[in-house]
Design a protein around this ligand. Structure first.
Ligand SMILES: Cc1cc2nc3c(=O)[nH]c(=O)nc-3n(C[C@H](O)[C@H](O)[C@H](O)COP(=O)(O)OP(=O)(O)OC[C@H]3O[C@@H](n4cnc5c(N)ncnc54)[C@H](O)[C@@H]3O)c2cc1C
Length: 400
Protein backbone atom coordinates (compact mmCIF):
# COMPACT_ATOMS: atom_id res chain seq x y z
CA UNK A 1 0.00 0.00 0.00
CA UNK A 2 1.11 3.61 -0.53
CA UNK A 3 0.41 5.73 2.49
CA UNK A 4 -0.64 9.35 1.99
CA UNK A 5 0.53 11.54 4.86
CA UNK A 6 -0.58 15.15 5.30
CA UNK A 7 1.64 17.41 7.41
CA UNK A 8 0.57 20.76 8.87
CA UNK A 9 3.62 23.03 9.18
CA UNK A 10 6.93 23.26 7.31
CA UNK A 11 9.05 23.98 10.37
CA UNK A 12 12.08 21.93 11.33
CA UNK A 13 10.04 18.92 12.49
CA UNK A 14 7.50 18.90 9.62
CA UNK A 15 10.17 19.20 6.90
CA UNK A 16 12.41 16.54 8.46
CA UNK A 17 9.46 14.14 8.52
CA UNK A 18 8.55 15.03 4.92
CA UNK A 19 12.13 14.36 3.77
CA UNK A 20 12.28 10.98 5.50
CA UNK A 21 8.87 9.85 4.19
CA UNK A 22 9.56 11.11 0.67
CA UNK A 23 12.80 9.10 0.56
CA UNK A 24 10.89 6.02 1.72
CA UNK A 25 8.35 6.36 -1.10
CA UNK A 26 5.46 7.56 1.09
CA UNK A 27 3.22 10.17 -0.58
CA UNK A 28 3.42 13.34 1.45
CA UNK A 29 1.91 16.84 1.29
CA UNK A 30 2.98 19.66 3.62
CA UNK A 31 0.72 22.68 4.24
CA UNK A 32 2.58 25.76 5.47
CA UNK A 33 0.68 28.91 6.39
CA UNK A 34 3.44 31.39 5.44
CA UNK A 35 4.00 32.24 1.77
CA UNK A 36 7.79 31.71 2.06
CA UNK A 37 10.25 30.13 4.48
CA UNK A 38 11.85 33.58 4.70
CA UNK A 39 8.67 35.08 6.19
CA UNK A 40 9.22 36.38 9.70
CA UNK A 41 12.70 36.28 11.22
CA UNK A 42 15.84 36.08 9.10
CA UNK A 43 16.91 33.00 10.98
CA UNK A 44 18.47 32.27 14.30
CA UNK A 45 21.04 29.85 15.57
CA UNK A 46 19.86 26.45 16.77
CA UNK A 47 22.14 24.18 18.79
CA UNK A 48 22.03 20.70 17.43
CA UNK A 49 22.59 18.07 20.10
CA UNK A 50 23.37 14.39 19.60
CA UNK A 51 19.72 13.30 19.35
CA UNK A 52 18.89 16.07 16.87
CA UNK A 53 22.00 15.37 14.80
CA UNK A 54 21.27 11.63 14.64
CA UNK A 55 17.70 12.42 13.62
CA UNK A 56 18.85 14.73 10.82
CA UNK A 57 21.22 12.07 9.54
CA UNK A 58 18.35 9.57 9.55
CA UNK A 59 15.82 11.86 7.82
CA UNK A 60 17.87 13.64 5.15
CA UNK A 61 19.20 12.19 1.90
CA UNK A 62 23.02 11.95 2.15
CA UNK A 63 23.73 14.96 -0.11
CA UNK A 64 21.42 17.25 1.89
CA UNK A 65 22.98 16.04 5.13
CA UNK A 66 26.41 16.90 3.67
CA UNK A 67 25.14 20.39 2.81
CA UNK A 68 23.81 20.76 6.35
CA UNK A 69 27.26 19.78 7.68
CA UNK A 70 29.02 22.24 5.36
CA UNK A 71 26.81 25.11 6.55
CA UNK A 72 26.76 24.16 10.22
CA UNK A 73 28.47 26.14 12.98
CA UNK A 74 32.24 25.61 12.94
CA UNK A 75 32.69 24.61 16.60
CA UNK A 76 32.95 20.89 17.38
CA UNK A 77 32.06 21.08 21.06
CA UNK A 78 28.61 22.09 22.30
CA UNK A 79 29.68 23.48 25.65
CA UNK A 80 27.73 25.79 27.90
CA UNK A 81 29.40 28.30 30.22
CA UNK A 82 27.81 30.44 32.91
CA UNK A 83 29.23 33.93 33.40
CA UNK A 84 28.32 37.16 35.10
CA UNK A 85 27.34 40.12 32.93
CA UNK A 86 30.97 41.26 32.71
CA UNK A 87 31.80 37.79 31.29
CA UNK A 88 33.66 36.52 34.37
CA UNK A 89 33.13 32.73 34.65
CA UNK A 90 30.73 31.70 37.44
CA UNK A 91 30.73 27.93 37.23
CA UNK A 92 31.92 24.82 35.39
CA UNK A 93 32.05 25.43 31.72
CA UNK A 94 33.16 22.26 30.09
CA UNK A 95 30.04 20.14 30.03
CA UNK A 96 27.97 20.42 26.89
CA UNK A 97 24.21 20.49 26.51
CA UNK A 98 24.33 16.76 25.88
CA UNK A 99 26.15 16.18 29.17
CA UNK A 100 29.61 15.60 27.67
CA UNK A 101 32.51 17.73 26.49
CA UNK A 102 33.28 15.33 23.65
CA UNK A 103 33.73 16.84 20.18
CA UNK A 104 31.09 16.11 17.56
CA UNK A 105 30.83 16.53 13.80
CA UNK A 106 28.25 19.29 14.02
CA UNK A 107 26.80 21.40 16.81
CA UNK A 108 24.62 24.16 15.42
CA UNK A 109 22.89 25.62 12.41
CA UNK A 110 21.04 28.70 11.20
CA UNK A 111 17.33 27.81 11.27
CA UNK A 112 16.48 29.43 7.93
CA UNK A 113 19.39 27.64 6.23
CA UNK A 114 18.29 24.30 7.65
CA UNK A 115 14.75 24.87 6.41
CA UNK A 116 16.00 25.88 2.95
CA UNK A 117 18.07 22.69 2.80
CA UNK A 118 15.11 20.59 3.92
CA UNK A 119 12.82 22.12 1.27
CA UNK A 120 15.08 20.81 -1.49
CA UNK A 121 13.43 18.09 -3.54
CA UNK A 122 10.04 18.77 -1.93
CA UNK A 123 8.99 21.59 -4.28
CA UNK A 124 5.87 19.66 -5.37
CA UNK A 125 5.08 18.37 -1.88
CA UNK A 126 5.16 21.64 0.10
CA UNK A 127 2.19 24.01 -0.36
CA UNK A 128 3.21 27.43 0.90
CA UNK A 129 0.57 29.96 1.97
CA UNK A 130 -1.91 27.23 2.98
CA UNK A 131 -3.11 27.44 6.57
CA UNK A 132 -4.67 24.39 8.20
CA UNK A 133 -7.81 25.29 10.15
CA UNK A 134 -9.22 21.90 11.13
CA UNK A 135 -9.79 18.27 10.25
CA UNK A 136 -12.35 15.48 10.21
CA UNK A 137 -11.39 11.84 10.73
CA UNK A 138 -13.36 8.72 9.84
CA UNK A 139 -12.24 5.13 10.47
CA UNK A 140 -10.70 5.05 6.94
CA UNK A 141 -9.50 8.55 6.10
CA UNK A 142 -8.66 11.95 7.46
CA UNK A 143 -9.66 15.17 5.77
CA UNK A 144 -7.82 18.41 6.45
CA UNK A 145 -9.54 21.79 6.09
CA UNK A 146 -7.60 24.79 4.82
CA UNK A 147 -8.23 28.50 5.36
CA UNK A 148 -9.07 29.07 1.67
CA UNK A 149 -12.01 26.66 1.99
CA UNK A 150 -10.34 23.76 0.18
CA UNK A 151 -9.74 20.31 1.67
CA UNK A 152 -7.29 17.44 1.20
CA UNK A 153 -7.57 13.76 2.12
CA UNK A 154 -5.02 11.30 3.38
CA UNK A 155 -4.41 8.30 5.62
CA UNK A 156 -2.76 10.31 8.39
CA UNK A 157 -2.51 13.97 9.43
CA UNK A 158 0.56 15.09 11.40
CA UNK A 159 0.27 18.39 13.25
CA UNK A 160 3.77 19.88 13.08
CA UNK A 161 2.32 23.38 13.30
CA UNK A 162 4.18 24.69 16.33
CA UNK A 163 3.16 25.94 19.74
CA UNK A 164 -0.15 27.47 18.58
CA UNK A 165 -1.09 24.26 16.73
CA UNK A 166 -4.52 24.23 15.09
CA UNK A 167 -4.27 20.45 14.83
CA UNK A 168 -3.65 20.10 18.58
CA UNK A 169 -6.66 22.36 19.26
CA UNK A 170 -8.83 19.85 17.36
CA UNK A 171 -7.22 16.67 18.70
CA UNK A 172 -6.56 17.57 22.35
CA UNK A 173 -8.79 20.61 23.03
CA UNK A 174 -8.28 20.38 26.80
CA UNK A 175 -4.51 20.18 26.76
CA UNK A 176 -2.99 23.03 28.75
CA UNK A 177 -0.13 25.14 27.38
CA UNK A 178 1.17 27.17 30.31
CA UNK A 179 2.70 30.64 30.04
CA UNK A 180 5.72 30.52 32.36
CA UNK A 181 5.82 34.32 32.62
CA UNK A 182 9.37 34.29 31.21
CA UNK A 183 9.94 36.59 28.25
CA UNK A 184 12.88 36.32 25.84
CA UNK A 185 14.03 39.25 23.72
CA UNK A 186 16.07 37.90 20.81
CA UNK A 187 18.46 39.71 18.50
CA UNK A 188 21.44 39.06 16.26
CA UNK A 189 24.45 41.09 15.19
CA UNK A 190 26.70 40.48 12.17
CA UNK A 191 30.26 39.69 13.26
CA UNK A 192 32.20 42.57 11.69
CA UNK A 193 35.93 41.87 12.12
CA UNK A 194 36.40 44.86 14.46
CA UNK A 195 33.59 43.65 16.72
CA UNK A 196 34.61 39.99 16.50
CA UNK A 197 38.14 40.79 17.69
CA UNK A 198 36.85 42.51 20.83
CA UNK A 199 34.34 39.86 21.90
CA UNK A 200 35.44 37.46 24.67
CA UNK A 201 36.74 34.11 23.34
CA UNK A 202 34.14 31.92 25.14
CA UNK A 203 31.43 33.39 22.91
CA UNK A 204 32.94 31.47 20.01
CA UNK A 205 33.47 28.00 21.48
CA UNK A 206 30.41 27.64 23.68
CA UNK A 207 26.99 29.05 24.44
CA UNK A 208 27.48 31.63 27.18
CA UNK A 209 24.78 32.21 29.76
CA UNK A 210 25.32 35.61 31.35
CA UNK A 211 23.63 36.35 34.65
CA UNK A 212 23.12 40.04 35.43
CA UNK A 213 22.21 41.47 38.85
CA UNK A 214 19.42 43.46 37.15
CA UNK A 215 17.43 40.21 36.89
CA UNK A 216 18.20 39.60 33.24
CA UNK A 217 19.72 36.42 31.91
CA UNK A 218 21.65 36.75 28.67
CA UNK A 219 22.26 33.87 26.29
CA UNK A 220 25.00 34.52 23.76
CA UNK A 221 26.31 32.31 21.00
CA UNK A 222 28.08 32.83 17.70
CA UNK A 223 27.07 31.25 14.43
CA UNK A 224 30.10 30.90 12.14
CA UNK A 225 29.45 28.80 9.10
CA UNK A 226 32.08 26.27 8.03
CA UNK A 227 31.76 27.34 4.40
CA UNK A 228 30.04 30.36 2.86
CA UNK A 229 26.55 29.17 1.96
CA UNK A 230 26.61 29.82 -1.78
CA UNK A 231 30.01 28.13 -2.10
CA UNK A 232 28.82 25.15 -0.02
CA UNK A 233 25.66 24.71 -2.10
CA UNK A 234 27.58 24.99 -5.37
CA UNK A 235 30.10 22.39 -4.22
CA UNK A 236 27.76 19.90 -2.56
CA UNK A 237 24.35 20.14 -4.25
CA UNK A 238 24.24 22.79 -7.00
CA UNK A 239 20.46 22.46 -7.37
CA UNK A 240 19.80 23.78 -3.86
CA UNK A 241 19.59 27.52 -3.46
CA UNK A 242 20.55 29.01 -0.11
CA UNK A 243 20.52 32.60 1.08
CA UNK A 244 23.97 33.91 1.97
CA UNK A 245 24.29 34.26 5.72
CA UNK A 246 26.91 36.44 7.42
CA UNK A 247 28.47 35.09 10.61
CA UNK A 248 26.61 36.56 13.54
CA UNK A 249 26.33 36.69 17.31
CA UNK A 250 22.91 35.66 18.56
CA UNK A 251 21.92 37.22 21.85
CA UNK A 252 18.93 36.86 24.09
CA UNK A 253 17.79 38.79 27.13
CA UNK A 254 15.38 36.90 29.27
CA UNK A 255 13.45 37.99 32.33
CA UNK A 256 10.36 37.20 34.38
CA UNK A 257 7.43 39.33 33.21
CA UNK A 258 6.42 41.95 35.72
CA UNK A 259 2.74 41.08 35.43
CA UNK A 260 0.13 43.49 34.17
CA UNK A 261 2.41 46.08 32.56
CA UNK A 262 4.22 43.63 30.23
CA UNK A 263 6.20 46.43 28.55
CA UNK A 264 7.48 44.13 25.80
CA UNK A 265 4.02 42.95 24.74
CA UNK A 266 3.21 45.82 22.42
CA UNK A 267 6.74 47.17 21.82
CA UNK A 268 7.98 47.67 18.25
CA UNK A 269 11.25 45.99 17.22
CA UNK A 270 12.99 49.41 17.45
CA UNK A 271 11.70 49.83 21.04
CA UNK A 272 12.85 46.32 21.91
CA UNK A 273 16.28 47.11 20.55
CA UNK A 274 16.47 50.34 22.60
CA UNK A 275 15.47 48.37 25.69
CA UNK A 276 18.23 45.79 25.09
CA UNK A 277 20.83 48.50 24.54
CA UNK A 278 19.88 50.21 27.83
CA UNK A 279 19.68 46.92 29.77
CA UNK A 280 23.21 45.89 28.75
CA UNK A 281 24.88 49.27 29.41
CA UNK A 282 26.86 47.85 32.36
CA UNK A 283 27.72 44.54 30.66
CA UNK A 284 31.05 43.58 29.10
CA UNK A 285 31.75 46.52 26.74
CA UNK A 286 32.05 44.37 23.61
CA UNK A 287 28.82 42.53 24.40
CA UNK A 288 27.07 45.88 24.88
CA UNK A 289 28.62 47.04 21.60
CA UNK A 290 27.28 43.92 19.86
CA UNK A 291 23.77 44.63 21.14
CA UNK A 292 24.07 48.26 19.96
CA UNK A 293 25.16 47.14 16.48
CA UNK A 294 22.21 44.77 15.96
CA UNK A 295 19.67 45.58 13.28
CA UNK A 296 16.52 46.52 15.28
CA UNK A 297 14.45 44.67 12.65
CA UNK A 298 15.90 41.40 13.93
CA UNK A 299 14.65 41.92 17.50
CA UNK A 300 11.59 40.00 18.61
CA UNK A 301 10.01 38.72 21.81
CA UNK A 302 8.96 35.20 22.65
CA UNK A 303 6.68 34.32 25.58
CA UNK A 304 8.03 31.08 27.02
CA UNK A 305 5.19 28.57 27.04
CA UNK A 306 5.43 24.95 28.12
CA UNK A 307 3.14 21.96 27.86
CA UNK A 308 1.53 20.25 30.82
CA UNK A 309 1.59 16.56 29.92
CA UNK A 310 -1.94 15.41 28.99
CA UNK A 311 -3.16 11.93 29.92
CA UNK A 312 -2.49 9.44 27.07
CA UNK A 313 -5.07 9.71 24.29
CA UNK A 314 -6.21 6.93 21.93
CA UNK A 315 -4.14 6.77 18.73
CA UNK A 316 -5.95 7.62 15.50
CA UNK A 317 -5.42 9.17 12.09
CA UNK A 318 -4.18 12.46 13.55
CA UNK A 319 -0.97 12.87 15.52
CA UNK A 320 1.36 15.65 16.64
CA UNK A 321 5.08 16.35 16.74
CA UNK A 322 7.49 19.00 17.99
CA UNK A 323 6.27 22.22 19.61
CA UNK A 324 2.70 21.30 18.66
CA UNK A 325 2.71 18.66 21.41
CA UNK A 326 5.60 19.44 23.77
CA UNK A 327 6.58 23.12 23.65
CA UNK A 328 9.39 23.74 26.14
CA UNK A 329 11.58 26.45 27.60
CA UNK A 330 14.43 27.55 25.31
CA UNK A 331 16.71 27.29 28.38
CA UNK A 332 17.48 23.66 27.56
CA UNK A 333 18.18 24.27 23.84
CA UNK A 334 16.21 21.14 22.97
CA UNK A 335 12.89 22.17 21.34
CA UNK A 336 14.08 21.78 17.75
CA UNK A 337 16.18 18.75 18.61
CA UNK A 338 13.16 17.01 20.11
CA UNK A 339 11.05 17.93 17.06
CA UNK A 340 13.72 16.36 14.83
CA UNK A 341 13.78 13.25 16.99
CA UNK A 342 9.97 12.99 16.71
CA UNK A 343 10.28 13.20 12.93
CA UNK A 344 12.85 10.39 12.83
CA UNK A 345 10.90 8.13 15.21
CA UNK A 346 7.57 8.66 13.43
CA UNK A 347 9.11 8.18 9.98
CA UNK A 348 10.71 4.94 11.16
CA UNK A 349 7.35 3.60 12.42
CA UNK A 350 5.44 4.70 9.29
CA UNK A 351 7.87 3.27 6.76
CA UNK A 352 7.25 -0.18 8.27
CA UNK A 353 3.50 0.05 7.55
CA UNK A 354 2.73 -2.39 4.74
CA UNK A 355 -0.96 -2.93 5.44
CA UNK A 356 -3.75 -0.42 6.35
CA UNK A 357 -4.41 -2.28 9.60
CA UNK A 358 -0.83 -1.53 10.77
CA UNK A 359 -1.18 2.26 10.55
CA UNK A 360 -2.88 3.02 13.89
CA UNK A 361 -0.58 0.64 15.87
CA UNK A 362 2.41 2.41 14.26
CA UNK A 363 1.03 5.81 15.36
CA UNK A 364 0.40 4.41 18.85
CA UNK A 365 4.00 3.11 19.07
CA UNK A 366 5.33 6.54 18.04
CA UNK A 367 3.12 8.38 20.53
CA UNK A 368 4.09 6.08 23.42
CA UNK A 369 7.80 6.67 22.76
CA UNK A 370 7.43 10.39 22.04
CA UNK A 371 5.38 11.06 25.21
CA UNK A 372 8.21 9.61 27.29
CA UNK A 373 11.25 11.48 25.92
CA UNK A 374 9.24 14.57 24.80
CA UNK A 375 7.81 15.41 28.21
CA UNK A 376 11.09 14.44 29.90
CA UNK A 377 12.69 17.15 27.69
CA UNK A 378 10.02 19.67 28.79
CA UNK A 379 10.82 18.94 32.45
CA UNK A 380 14.57 19.15 31.81
CA UNK A 381 14.19 22.52 30.05
CA UNK A 382 12.34 23.87 33.10
CA UNK A 383 15.11 22.60 35.40
CA UNK A 384 17.69 24.48 33.28
CA UNK A 385 15.60 27.66 33.55
CA UNK A 386 15.29 27.22 37.32
CA UNK A 387 19.05 26.72 37.64
CA UNK A 388 19.69 30.03 35.86
CA UNK A 389 17.06 31.79 37.99
CA UNK A 390 18.74 30.42 41.13
CA UNK A 391 22.10 31.81 39.96
CA UNK A 392 20.45 35.23 39.51
CA UNK A 393 18.98 35.11 43.02
CA UNK A 394 22.44 34.27 44.40
CA UNK A 395 24.06 37.10 42.39
CA UNK A 396 21.42 39.56 43.65
CA UNK A 397 21.98 38.46 47.26
CA UNK A 398 25.75 38.85 46.93
CA UNK A 399 25.24 42.33 45.48
CA UNK A 400 23.24 43.60 48.46
C1 LIG B 1 15.39 32.33 18.88
C2 LIG B 1 15.18 30.88 19.18
C3 LIG B 1 16.27 30.04 19.42
C4 LIG B 1 16.09 28.68 19.63
N1 LIG B 1 17.17 27.89 19.85
C5 LIG B 1 17.02 26.56 19.94
C6 LIG B 1 18.16 25.71 20.09
O1 LIG B 1 19.29 26.17 20.19
N2 LIG B 1 17.95 24.36 20.13
C7 LIG B 1 16.71 23.82 20.06
O2 LIG B 1 16.59 22.59 20.06
N3 LIG B 1 15.60 24.61 19.96
C8 LIG B 1 15.73 25.95 19.90
N4 LIG B 1 14.62 26.76 19.77
C9 LIG B 1 13.29 26.16 19.74
C10 LIG B 1 12.96 25.65 18.35
O3 LIG B 1 13.09 26.67 17.37
C11 LIG B 1 11.57 25.06 18.29
O4 LIG B 1 11.40 24.16 19.36
C12 LIG B 1 11.38 24.31 16.97
O5 LIG B 1 11.44 25.23 15.90
C13 LIG B 1 10.09 23.54 16.95
O6 LIG B 1 9.97 22.92 15.69
P1 LIG B 1 8.54 22.56 15.11
O7 LIG B 1 8.79 21.98 13.76
O8 LIG B 1 7.78 21.76 16.09
O9 LIG B 1 7.78 23.92 15.01
P2 LIG B 1 8.18 25.26 14.22
O10 LIG B 1 9.61 25.22 13.82
O11 LIG B 1 7.65 26.36 15.06
O12 LIG B 1 7.33 25.16 12.87
C14 LIG B 1 5.94 25.22 12.86
C15 LIG B 1 5.55 25.59 11.42
O13 LIG B 1 4.16 25.46 11.28
C16 LIG B 1 3.64 26.58 10.60
N5 LIG B 1 2.24 26.71 11.01
C17 LIG B 1 1.76 27.16 12.19
N6 LIG B 1 0.41 27.06 12.21
C18 LIG B 1 0.06 26.55 11.00
C19 LIG B 1 -1.20 26.19 10.43
N7 LIG B 1 -2.35 26.35 11.09
N8 LIG B 1 -1.20 25.67 9.17
C20 LIG B 1 -0.05 25.48 8.48
N9 LIG B 1 1.16 25.82 8.97
C21 LIG B 1 1.21 26.32 10.24
C22 LIG B 1 4.54 27.73 11.05
O14 LIG B 1 4.50 28.84 10.16
C23 LIG B 1 5.90 27.03 11.07
O15 LIG B 1 6.53 27.08 9.82
C24 LIG B 1 14.79 28.13 19.63
C25 LIG B 1 13.67 28.98 19.44
C26 LIG B 1 13.86 30.33 19.23
C27 LIG B 1 12.65 31.22 19.04
Amino acid sequence: MTLRVLIAGAGVGGLALAQALHQAGVAVTVFERTPSVRAGQRGYRININRAGGDALAACLPPELFRLYLATSHDEARARVGVFDHRMHPLYATDVGVDGTGAPRDHTGVNRLTLRQIMLAGLEHEVRLGQRVVGFEQTPDRVQVRLADGSTAEGDLLVGADGVGSAVRAGLLPHMRIRDTGVRCLWGRTPLRPALRDQLPAPLFDRVAVAVAPSGHIGILGAYRTRRPHLEAAAAVTPTVSLDPEPDYLMWVLSKESSGSEEPWRTASSAELHRYAVAATAEWHPAVHQAVREADPEDCFVQNVRVADQPPPWPAGRVTLLGDAIHPMSPAGGTGANTALRDAAVLADKLTDVRHPARLIPAVAAYETEMRQYGFAAVAESLRYGERFAETIRRAEKENH
